[in-house]
Design a protein around this ligand. Sequence first.
Ligand code: HSE
Length: 443
Amino acid sequence: MGVKLGILGFGTVGVGTVQLLQDGIGRNPLLQEIEICRVGVRSLDKPRPVTFSDRILTTDLEAIVTDPQIDIIVELMGGLEPARELILQAIAHGKHVVTANKAVISRFGDEIFTAANQAGVYVMLEAAVGGGIPVVQPLKQSLSVNRIQAITGIVNGTTNYILTRMQTEGSDFADVLADAQKLGYAEADPTADVDGWDAADKIAILASLGFGGRVKREEVYCEGIRQVSQTDIAYAEKLGFTIKLLAIANRVDKNTPSSHSAPPDLFVRVHPTMLPNDHPLASINGVFNAILVEGEPLGKVMLYGPGAGAGATASAVCSDIMNLVARIKAQKASDTNTELILDPLFACSHEQYSRVTSIDNLVTRFYVRFLTKDEPGVIGKLGTCFGNHEVSLESIVQTGLQGEFAEIVVVTHDVREGNLRQALTEIEQFPAIHAIPSLLRVI
Ligand code: HSE
């Protein structure tokens, strides 16, 4: 007897998933045990690249999640509602769930996993982060024997594509974005990608998995790439750096293991970052994603691959389905009346929250660009003000003129962000300062 699927949503990833499931040759034989029972769509009239036998397509999504014959619900609709509500209904009806929905999981993970653990079902989310890159299961399983220190990722393909083209072509953000939209690499409404929200959803999920404590999505610090200018990209290049939108979760105190009972305090953040050209993430270009996991004793592991697209995301969705099929079959073979005992390597069972520390306490290097009047003493005043706030400088140079203003670029040593910001608040008031157009963290 096959394992029965109900699929919610039949867009790009839904089509990719069905096509993969219908073409089992050369793939894991467990995929052949799957029967697609219902596919929920918005409209029955739309032409589709896959044809189904009668009664499989339906617009009644609630009938799918409550259908007693269905074992697994695959949620590929995206968006917050009705996806959240349908996932909860599926759980309440004893169904396992596979979802690619990072927005729902990062915001309502506590509600969803609490319900799933009580109902004794799994909610699987490999496709929610990194598209086809296996990163969720590795964090739950093989990497989890390590004490994770940091997870640093390029987890948004759209912004990486834009930054890569800005760097290679010398073009401005707005021009590359418009072209990326024309080519279909960026959405018509690019907000979630270019403002960093998509990456923030993903790092909240990765941090929860890696550090064993839930992360409140609203506590993730988030800056996007709209402010990254061609001028900064050119400076970065001169200084031997590349600018990438990084999503980072790291321990506040990397030397002190947290207690057995509490997850560690974390910094969780998304921002454009200058990274040295020899950093492993500096060479991840175009729409590709990569996630660098640092743990003790393992050291560094980087997972790299296609972060979006029908086939890649379908690979992640189907790997979750396959894992569930194996478990459902084993349970059916043992005793149909026994409740499934959740495997801790598959479930998300942590209930405590990691404390997310204010970015003011982050200690890192910074790049700051100033436009100032070109007159004696400006560099001296900047240096004095930084010194008063314990901001130690690695370099300060006047690089030339931008129109009538002198351009001054500062790179700091490791400093506390709060101190740097206090210094900048004072510096902004100096009569010689015209603007501070750029502030970038450097790793
Ligand atoms: N919009 C995402 C990206 C893909 O640009 O990477 C889906 O997670």
